[in-house]
Structures are given as structure tokens and as C-alpha cells.
Ligand binder design. Sequence first.
Ligand code: UDX
Length: 448
Amino acid sequence: MEAQTQSKRILFFPLPLQGHINPMLQLANILHSRGFNVTIIHTTFNSPDPSHFPHFNFESISDGLSAAEASTKDVIALLSLLNVKCAAPFQECLARLLSGEEPVACLISDAVLHFTSEVARSFELPRLVLRTGGVSSFLAFAAFPVLQQKGYLLNQDLRLEELVPELPPLRVKDLPVIKTSNPQTLYQLVEGMVKETKASSGLIWNSFEELEKPALATLMQDFPIPIFPVGPFHKYFPASSSSLIPHDQTCISWLDKQESNSVIYVSFGSIAAISDIEFLEIAWGLADSKHPFLWVIRPGLIRGSDWIESLPDGYLEMLDGRGHIVKWAPQQEVLAHPAVGAFWTHNGWNSTLESICEGVPMICMPCFTDQMVNARYVTHVWKIGLQLENGLERTRIKIDIKRVMVEKEGKEMKERAEHLKEKVNKCLQQGGSSNKSLESLVCYILSC
Ligand code: UDX
């Protein structure tokens, strides 16, 4: 099999956002280790650093975004623009890559880049899709037409706590929506993603069967295409550097000095933003909890601030080393560190999965789209965390931290999280579900 794969190339096209670049490059690493040659097609916006991947070819295409478009805070408007502006440059790029001597087996595109479907079809190039989020949240996106028809998506305020019978255990407030200048843009983006995923030659998941079994069963009924849950990707190799921001390694030396299971790790991913009032409530909630904490404050996290200038004078001195603040952490290493006792997260899918892989219970603070679904699954299906709800308030935060870090319910969450971690390890072993799924994926691509 190795000899056969040596001569085949796969083209990968990640969506240029951190939470999508990481899993796509990890998947590329996995398939490279199975003998495929790898070309990463990427936009100039948020381009990965090729020097970290000398074994891959990189092809840059122009995304045509103006400086204002590239720096917009409206993620949905950005994703929609990418789907329009990248079409012609992507077409030219494919024409060039496919005119070479070397056979190209297929394209693996991010699900959100739905325009790639039509372009690949015009070259009769098989297109597989990587959906970087979870299966359960994807089913919620796929249900948008029904949810719209039943009025669950607009004017939610009066029915936030209502259960959505079509998608148990989700409530109206857990549906994967986001504030955007024009909700129609979100609906069209989701419609394009779902339709072109269904029309693809295969669907790859950074998830594993034991975690999302019922959702996968529903998916297989509704999406009659080959489906490959081969995750969690990052456990196949030690963390490789597709990070757009440098990792601050002082996190690890600081964690080395802390007691086992004592630290709260706090990070809200690469896009979410909070107000300065929320920022201060979090700061005081953490300080009042008396637990050590490692807090990632990404520049841009606090709306209207450059970084941490709105922290009260003397805050850090008062903590006397009990809090460590960085701009960006080596998150996978941090979560695997024995000192970490809980993860206060926005529940991006990568963060959620990375926490599950290390058996770390979560304090959930979802901000938008799939994060809300992920948080609901963490708290009500896997029962490995609790959700901060109804606004951020320091006294409530202190109580909730105690529930996870000290109380019996927190210890039970930890036990269940450790149990899931064991399942992760099993699914990756020879004969495990993800391992078998990867074998099928390799054979399938070879047959393309
Ligand atoms: C986005 C969306 O917000 C999320 O809902 C969707 O599921 C994926 O795309 P993001 O907000 O960046 O993702 O969150 P997440 O999915 O958790 O990905 C963040 C990645 O950055 C993770 O792989 C994490 O390990 C990494 N990271 C995060 C760091 O390397 N350092 C940090 O300090 C924080």
C-alpha cells in the first residue's frame, strides 16, 4: 500500500481561521504519514508558516480582501466574502496543479468553503470535506430550514429556555447562531455548507465514534456519503505548529511549580471577544476563587482595549504569583499538564476536544455558533462540566469554580472526564474506531 500512496498527492484547503487551520494541517500530517504527498492551498489572509512544514508544498492564492474586510469583527460577513472572492484564484490554482504529471487523488476542503465544490466538479476532481466542528453541532446547522420554519432562530429572547424537541437536549439558547449584520448571510452560508457537504465524495470528522455515536447514526441516515470519524487528530502526533500567534512557553515552567489538579486554565480561543465589564468580573471571580490560574488574554479579546490595561492597579501584585497571564498558550501541552484541574473555555470544538483528550473538566462559557451546542453536550450529555449562564458576575463565578474544583459534583465530572480520556486512547489504538476509520479513509482516497 505504501508504494501505491507514494505517488499520489492530496490537495488541502483550510478555512483561514485558527480553529480550522489547526485540524486541517493535523489531518494533512496524518495522511502524509500514510505516504501521500501534500499540497496546502491557502489564502494570503492568515496564511500558515510553511517553514514549520518542510514536508508539504504550499500554494498561496489571492483572497482579494481589502484591509477593512480582513479585519472585520463580523466573522459571517468574512466567511461569505471568502466564498465569493476566492473562487477565481482557486480555479486558476487548480488548473495549474492538475496540469502537472503527478496524479492528484482528491481535494480535502473545509466544509465552510462550499464554493470549492463547484470548482472541483468542473475539473472532475473528487472533493472530500473536513468538517472541523463536532457532528452534533453540524446536525443543528443541517436543521436550520426546520428551525427557521418553526421560528426558533429569530427573536429568541422570550423563549431562550425552551427545549427544541427536534434537537434534544438543546434549548433555544443553545442553537448555533451568531450576531451578524445580516442573518440572511448566516443562513445562506449554512445552506451552502450543508448542501455541498452532502454533495461531496466523503466527509471527515475530527471526532470519534464513542463520543458522538447517536449523532453519527443520524448523520449516516441523512448524508448518504462515506463518513470518516478519525479524530482526535492532534493525538496522532505531538502538537505541530500551525499556530498563527507564537506560544508563550513560560506557561509550562509556571505550571511546573503548581500542585497537581490545582490550576484553572482560562482561554476563549481565537475569535471570541468580551466587554471590559465582563473582563473585570472574570478577573475578580478568579482572584476571589483563591485557586491558581493561567489566563490567556489574546490581544483583541477585550473590546476597545489593546491588552490588559483595564486591569485594576495592583491586581497582579495582589495575586502574588497565583495568576499567570499570557497572550497565547501552548494549549495542548497546558491541558496535558498534571497541574491543570479545570478548563474555563468558550467551547470552540478544538478546545472542547483537547480538554476531553486530557480528562480535564470544563467551565463552559460559549459565545457563538457551534460553541453553544458543544457546551450543552459537555454539561448535559457527557456531564464533564458546568455552564456559566445568565451573565458573568464575580460571586457566581467564585461559586461555580468551587463546584468544579472542590465539590463532589466536580469530582464526579473529573471521573467521567477520565473515563472519556480512556475511550480516546482506545479509539486511536490498532483496531480502535478512529484507527479503523483512518484505514478506510486511506483505502478510499487510493480508490479515488
Ligand atoms: C473557531 C470557532 O470559534 C469555534 O467555535 C469552531 O468550533 C472552530 O473555529 P476558535 O475560537 O479558535 O475556533 O476555538 P477552538 O476551536 O477552540 O480552536 C482554538 C485552537 O487554538 C485550539 O486548537 C487551541 O489549542 C489553540 N490555542 C488556543 C492555542 O494554541 N493557544 C491558546 O492560547 C488558545
